[in-house]
Every structure is written in structure tokens, then in C-alpha cells.
Design a protein around this ligand. Structure first.
Ligand code: GNR
Ligand code: NI
Length: 169
């Protein structure tokens, strides 16, 4: 297992869309294992391959307290199940320290392949519904800051660029 580096906004590599996974191989599972190690180490609840600079349509999620409920989604498709908007703020490991509420449906159905390449369907609501939509956005090169005003987004970008300059020294 290996911990991977997480790209941070405004890194242009976060804008590259992921390609469909044609077959789930041992190499795919190695990437998934590394992504779990990376996500757990960063205390995140979700992680998309895009965030670790891999342009593949796959993401992971675990909302348990004790790393006991890992969910792996390969080639995910999401269908909204309600017009009701989830009333919760979201954050992102690629936009550290910032949290905003976005208008996202509170309940969705996800169809995807699991780490064995087997298709499954599962409904999610509340924070998990937000998370799977947030992760699917990553696979399309979209970040939650894109839904904010340009003023807010620029303010976040400048703060992160400054933090990144300091960290690089
Ligand atoms: O760790 C994360 N928590 C979170 C909380 C609310 C809504 C979405 C998320 S995803 C985020 C990790 C991340 O950046 N995934 O892409
Ligand atoms: Ni994110």
C-alpha cells in the first residue's frame, strides 16, 4: 500500500475528466487500496481518482467512525430521487479548510461496479447523497467552488495559493 499525494485547487490537473474503466484488474484494486490509505490518512469521507492525478472514473467513500463501511464506485451513474435539497455544507480534501452549502438532491440512486467488477445499485441520502454527487463531479473535472460566486472562488484560490507557497518553502 502507498499513500498518494492529493492535488489541491487551483491545480489544473483537477480539471481533467476521468476515462471509463474498461476492466477491473489487480492494478485497479491496487489503486483503490492506495486511495483508501490516502483518504483515511487525510481523515476524508470520500476520494476521487482525479484527486490523486489518475484520470479514471472511480471513487471511494466511507462515512463510518471506524473505517468499517468502505464503498467503491467504478464507472458510477447517479439518478436523483427527489427535488428536496440537502441542507448540509460540504468540504473537499482538494480545497482544504473551506465549507459551503450547494443545492444538491437529498436522495440519489447510484449504479456502479464494485472492486470485484460486479454491478450494484444503492440509494444514498443526506450527507452520503451529497458526497457521491461531489465525487462524481470530480470525475468530470468539477469542484464545489465552481458553484460559488467568482468573488468567493477567487478569495479561496488566493488563500490556498498563499498556503501552497508557504508549504513549498
Ligand atoms: O471528506 C470529505 N467530506 C465531505 C463532506 C461533505 C460533503 C462531501 C465531502 S467529500 C470530502 C472528501 C473529498 O474531497 N472528496 O472528493
Ligand atoms: Ni472533493
Amino acid at each position: 500500500m502507498a499513500k498518494l499525494d492529493i492535488l489541491e485547487f487551483p491545480d489544473p490537473r483537477l480539471r481533467k475528466p476521468g476515462e471509463k474503466v474498461e476492466s477491473v484488474t489487480d492494478e485497479t484494486r491496487q489503486l483503490i487500496d492506495d486511495m483508501y490509505e490516502t483518504m483515511y490518512d487525510a481523515d476524508g469521507c470520500g476520494l476521487a481518482a482525479t484527486q490523486v492525478n489518475v484520470q479514471k472514473r472511480l471513487f471511494i467513500m466511507d462515512f463510518s467512525e471506524d473505517k468499517s463501511e468502505p464503498w467503491t464506485f467504478i464507472n458510477p451513474e447517479i439518478t436523483p430521487l427527489t427535488d428536496e435539497i440537502a441542507d448540509l455544507a460540504e468540504g473537499c480534501l482538494s480545497v482544504p479548510g473551506f465549507f459551503e452549502k450547494l443545492d444538491r438532491p437529498n436522495r440519489v440512486k447510484v449504479k456502479a461496479l464494485d472492486r470485484d467488477g460486479k454491478e450494484f445499485e444503492q440509494e444514498f441520502e443526506g450527507i452520503q447523497s451529497i458526497c457521491v454527487q461531489h465525487e462524481l463531479d470530480h470525475l468530470d473535472g468539477v469542484l464545489f467552488v465552481d458553484a460559488l460566486t467568482k468573488l468567493k472562488r477567487d478569495r479561496i484560490r488566493k488563500k490556498l495559493e498563499k498556503a501552497q507557497r508557504l508549504a513549498a518553502k
